[in-house]
Write a protein that binds this ligand. Structure first.
Ligand SMILES: C[S@@+](CC[C@H](N)C(=O)[O-])C[C@H]1O[C@@H](n2cnc3c(N)ncnc32)[C@H](O)[C@@H]1O
Length: 241
């Protein structure tokens, strides 16, 4: 894209997304807790339950940010290992501190990785996860191809993401909250209101649960299904290879 051409509202570009998360890394966790009233913890717990890891599972967490989903899996799911990855090192640094305080059985490692171009051998992982990350990828098709390649046969891609509440009433409140509260709260905590305006727009521009399910299916995943959480504000999609 020419440098003088601005991406559309809610449209992710690598530069835009890297810039936003580098900037908000120190206050990301606080923003998460305040903006979701702590409900994000319950969403991560549900994601672990739905992903069904066991003590032999080899896992990859993409766009892992400050590691909250990685740590929820380590504490509750106790897989054999989790590789926690993100393309913003400043976000992963926060996650490394959380992992340093963990003394459970799961081996946790960190690596700077772009979720659209995975530097791993074929058929390496049992479960790949991504929480609130897939919405920020400019090329979802590349991510879906790469995830299918690195999953073992029968492996699962587990996606936790903001979606579209089916009830018009809930949707109206939710969209008002996104439009009014998110940019102002984010701006207050980080001084970067436009980034939070983008996050709001990106949530509204993201496909519905049904459309994302169809996209996964068209990309070659099988047994695609999803579970709405908190009135469908977020959903967990599970797709198998
Ligand atoms: C909203 S945060 C979510 C972090 C974490 N998964 C969570 O649940 O709190 C989105 C993360 O996606 C990362 N991200 C966005 N695009 C990426 C890409 N192409 N490759 C790797 N990470 C990416 C950002 O750096 C950021 O840390």
């Amino acid at each position: 894209m020419p440098v003088d051409e601005k991406p559309a509202a809610g449209q992710p570009t690598t530069e835009r997304v890297k810039g936003i998360f580098t900037n908000i890394a120190p206050s990301y966790d606080l923003f998460n807790i305040l903006s979701s009233f702590g409900i994000d913890r319950l969403w991560r717990r549900s994601t672990v339950r739905l992903a069904r890891p066991d003590h032999k599972s080899v896992m990859l967490d993409l766009a892992a940010g400050t590691g909250d989903l990685t740590m929820a899996f380590a504490r509750l799911g106790k897989p054999a290992s989790i590789l926690s990855t993100d393309f913003v090192p400043e976000m992963l640094e926060v996650g490394k501190k959380k992992a340093a305080a963990y003394d459970g059985p799961t081996k946790i490692e960190f690596e700077v990785v772009d979720a659209q171009d995975l530097p791993f051998d074929d058929a390496k992982f049992d479960i790949v996860t991504i929480a609130f990350g897939v919405r920020n990828l400019p090329d979802r098709a590349a991510n879906f191809r790469e995830v299918q390649r690195v999953l073992k046969p029968g492996g699962r891609y587990v996606i936790l993401e903001f979606t579209t509440p089916p009830s018009p009433f809930v949707r109206w409140f939710y969209h008002m909250y996104l439009r009014v509260v998110i940019p102002n709260l984010g701006g207050l905590l980080t001084g970067d209101k436009p980034s939070f305006q983008y996050l709001n727009d990106s949530i509204r521009a993201f496909p519905t649960q049904l459309a994302l399910g169809a996209e996964l299916h068209a990309a070659g995943f099988s047994r695609v299904n999803w579970h709405n959480l908190t009135f469908g504000i977020v959903a967990v999609h599970i797709a198998e290879v």
